[in-house]
Design a protein. Sequence first.
Length: 154
Amino acid sequence: MRLISFVGMRINRSLISVCILAASACTTYTPLRVADMSPGYNVRVSLSDQGAVDLAPKIGSRARQLEGTLTQATDSSVVMSVRRVVREGGGDDTYSDIPLSLPSRDVEKVERSSTSVSRSFLTAGAIVGTALLAARGAGDFSGGKDGGKQPAGN
């Protein structure tokens, strides 16, 4: 019984590691200037301290970043459709495309979100490698290595 429990803990740790790696490895963020912004970009907007205060009545307190789709950008404002709000202290909320207009004083920076092909391949390799190691470890502890046969003479 103890061996089975050990194998389960080992596999659980591996799965947790893979999930964390997969969630963080595939997306990159590139800073954008107003001149480079185009409608339809997936963006992450970091709010200024004033922005967090100004937007509190619309999206709640302690908002630090907004993620969504850029609708329009000018020198004086950024208009976006918000899908996710990241809050100070690590919490976040998901929304169904809330339209928001942000005056430029409320915006600290705007970053374009894109998928990193190299990071995606590295993540896929890590997932496959971890799965193979977990399967091999489970086989070693469950008697899979020599078919579960008892050594001769016992």
